[in-house]
Structures are given as structure tokens and as C-alpha cells.
Design a protein around this ligand. Structure first.
Ligand SMILES: [Zn+2]
Length: 291
């Protein structure tokens, strides 16, 4: 490892980053990419950590609470029901589209995402590892039966007709919110049609680990690449941070695009303070044209 590579460098223009993409385009070299919430904010999906902070979400979904308490599950599913229409209507933005274009052009070894919104798939990316799962799926905690979130939405609305009233949904402020207590107390959470136990979203809760085979596959994407591009994440959670460490360990150059501080950013050779969409678009254009 070269001493100079540990030096942090802040670029105020896109030029260095475009060169990073071009450099890896020449000679058929490829990047691995790790994305986080910042890639989806331009699609209207809130980043609960917010700009300029590495602090944890105020109200993370906690597996211990969810599994131990009917009231906690009712609260989770009531909020989820109310927010689903907006969440599921979100469309991929320029950043998602650019990464899909880079994949189609053979410039990526794969895409690792911390996001649970499935917008990379919606944009056309195919080789995607959803580190934390996806809200589009649910599964039974006992028998493992998987059901789409869309079908669960229909069942929850049938079981909780008060929520069919649009005014209830409009009561929701954005992000972290409280539904009227009586609505939550009377809420009937969804259960498994096969065994009757309770359903959970098919995502990794706080207090749970990313399944090992998934981590291994993601590590392979990093190892097979000529550099790691990290976009829209503060890497506050170890599940993402470890890929930065892996890239460093294997001597891969690292580029970071994010608004706000990033854990381990001093290990990156490039650091661009910017929103994802515009930057990725420029990188995709450059890397494709250089081929
Ligand atoms: Zn079941």
C-alpha cells in the first residue's frame, strides 16, 4: 500500500471522478459499486439519516422489539400501510439510470445496495445485491413463506378498513411520524396464510446480520473489480462499511460521492461532495464514450 494513497483528496469538480470512470473503462476494466439512501433521495424517498450527519435513524426498525411485541408490529404495519402508496410509486432517477447504463456497457462487476426500494432493478440493473433485502417482499417468521408486499397491502386494507379513508393517509407528515393512537391500537397486522404466524418485511432489521452468502457474493464483486465506487451513503452501518475495508485491503482504488461525512473516507483516493444523480450521469457518459 502506498503512503500517498491514504491522503484524503477533496475534488470540487466532477473531472477527477469522470477520469476515475474513464480510467476504469480503458482496457475493459470494471468498477464495483456500493449505493445507499442518497441515491434514492432524488426519487423522493427520504434518507432518515439526513444530510451532513452520520447519526443513526431516530427510529430504526429493531428486530428484538418487532419480534417481542404485538403492539410494535401493529405500529410498524400501520405506518407501512399508510406510507406504501407513496413508497411503491417512487420511480428511478438519473443516478439509477446511469448505473444501469454502465452495467449494460460492461463497466461494472456488479452493484451492491443498502437500499430496500428496488429502484436499481426498476432502472434496469440486473446484477444487484440487496444487502438489506427489499420492502417489496414479506416473509413468515415461522415457515418462511414469502408473499409480495403488494398482496399484503390488499389484505391489510381489507382487515383495517379505517385506512381505506384517504384522509387518514394524508395525516402522515413525511418521514418519522405518529399515526393516531387509536388507529394503531386497533390495527390488525398481517399473518401468514399457511401457518398463521406473523409476517415481517423481508429486510434486515437493526440487530440482525446480512446473511453470509450474500456478503460473500458482494465481496466477490469488489474483489473482481478494478475499483470501488461508493455513492450516497455515510457508511454508518458496518454492513456497508466492510466493503470499503475490503477494497482497501485488496489495493483497489476507492471513490466516494456523498453529501456529508463518510466513515472511512480518509481511505478513499477520491472524495466528491455532491448529490448522486448528476455525478453518476456524467460518469456514465464518460465511461461509455471512452470505450
Ligand atoms: Zn407461515
Amino acid at each position: 500500500m502506498e503512503r500517498s494513497s491514504a491522503r484524503r483528496r477533496v475534488s470540487t469538480s466532477l473531472d477527477d471522478l469522470v477520469r476515475f470512470a474513464q480510467g476504469h473503462g480503458a482496457g475493459g476494466k470494471r468498477l464495483s459499486v456500493l449505493t445507499g439512501a442518497g441515491v434514492s433521495t432524488e426519487s423522493g424517498i427520504p434518507d432518515y439519516r439526513g444530510e451532513g450527519t452520520r447519526q443513526r435513524a431516530k427510529n430504526p426498525i429493531d428486530w428484538r422489539t418487532f419480534s417481542a411485541s404485538h403492539a410494535a408490529r401493529a405500529r410498524y404495519w400501520a405506518r407501512s400501510l399508510a406510507g406504501w402508496a407513496r413508497f411503491s410509486a417512487a420511480k428511478p432517477n438519473a443516478g439509477h439510470e446511469a448505473l444501469a447504463a454502465m452495467e449494460r456497457d460492461g463497466r461494472l462487476t456488479g452493484l451492491i445496495t443498502q437500499n430496500v426500494d428496488r429502484l436499481h432493478h426498476a432502472a434496469g440493473s440486473e446484477d444487484v445485491i440487496e444487502l438489506h433485502g427489499a420492502l417489496a417482499e414479506t416473509r413468515c417468521v415461522r415457515c418462511g413463506e414469502k408473499v409480495t408486499r403488494a398482496s399484503v397491502q390488499a389484505r391489510m386494507l381489507a382487515d383495517n378498513p379505517a385506512f381505506a379513508d384517504l384522509d387518514v393517509v394524508k395525516m402522515l407528515p413525511d418521514g418519522d411520524t405518529a399515526l393516531a393512537d387509536e388507529l394503531v391500537e386497533r390495527f390488525i397486522p398481517p399473518t401468514c396464510l399457511a401457518c398463521g404466524d406473523f409476517l415481517r418485511p423481508d429486510v434486515v432489521f437493526f440487530g440482525e446480520n446480512v446473511p453470509r452468502p450474500k456478503v460473500d457474493r458482494a465481496m466477490e464483486m469488489v474483489d473482481a473489480s478494478d475499483g470501488l465506487l461508493i455513492v450516497g451513503t455515510s457508511l454508518a452501518v458496518f454492513s456497508g462499511y466492510r466493503f470499503l475495508l475490503r477494497a482497501k485491503d485488496r489495493g483497489k482504488p476507492i471513490a466516494i460521492v456523498n453529501v456529508g461525512p463518510v466513515r472511512g473516507e480518509e481511505l478513499a483516493s477520491l472524495r466528491v461532495e455532491a448529490k448522486a444523480g448528476e455525478v453518476l450521469e456524467a460518469m456514465a457518459r464518460a465511461s461509455i464514450h471512452s470505450g
